[in-house]
Design a protein around this ligand. Sequence first.
Ligand SMILES: Nc1ncnc2c1ncn2[C@@H]1O[C@H](COP(=O)(O)OP(=O)(O)OP(=O)(O)O)[C@@H](O)[C@H]1O
Length: 245
Amino acid sequence: MLNVKCVSKSFGGLQAVRNVDMTLREGEILGLVGPNGAGKTTLLNMISGVCRPDAGGIYFEEENITRLTLDAICKRGIAKTFQHPRSFPGLSAKEGVLISALYGNGHKPGMKQAQVEAIECLQRVGFPDEKLDCPLGTLNTIDLRKTQLARALASKPKMLLLDEIMTGLTPSEGKEAIKLIRSLRDEGLTILMIEHVMKIIMEVSDRVVVLDQGEKIAEGTPREVAADERVIESYLGEQYHFQEH
Ligand SMILES: Nc1ncnc2c1ncn2[C@@H]1O[C@H](COP(=O)(O)OP(=O)(O)OP(=O)(O)O)[C@@H](O)[C@H]1O
């Protein structure tokens, strides 16, 4: 479904992403991990059109989307959450999602229908009903992330790019989040997620890609990646222990 071919990106003299190849099959959950500054967000930003690669190409459903705008990529069916969402602090949570339901990927429902869809998306991600009318600028980080996810879902995407939406969750919230991600996949969404919480990545991902200093250093099933010496050395720090179910 997604084919990232030999993509690179520099900021001034700093090479944030270097010759990275990555593919995503339809209906799969791919976890993207690596130390701080490894280039994970930059890679997601290139896929979603927030920034453009200096070299290489990105193909979605076989179309070259490398040079398309953020808006055009969203209309193709790729939605992204932001690690540090800052937009529209004066809008209410409901209105923030409504914009996406109205204009997200070109399906253009009427206002009434869009309002229903916006609230459904917020409820789906566990956003508290009593905060629907609160300005985005007043929400705590967890609720703000929920609005981000709801906003992404309201655009009715085929592929979701999630940038650390689960950091800071309590263990029970983490469990709910895992359930939600799985249910979204079961409904046909393809998911690429950056996450530092290893338990979540290892439990939910079909495959994991590991970046370090802009380069892909490993790729495989969670168990393969967790056993990789280079991954242990540069990222995990110690052997990851899987919980048997
Ligand atoms: N717009 C930018 N301008 C300059 N440097 C940037 C920019 N965006 C990212 N970088 C740099 O590129 C490198 C990769 O950053 P990136 O945010 O992609 O890493 P990351 O793996 O997502 O890190 P983290 O886990 O801390 O979010 C870092 O050194 C970062 O400082």
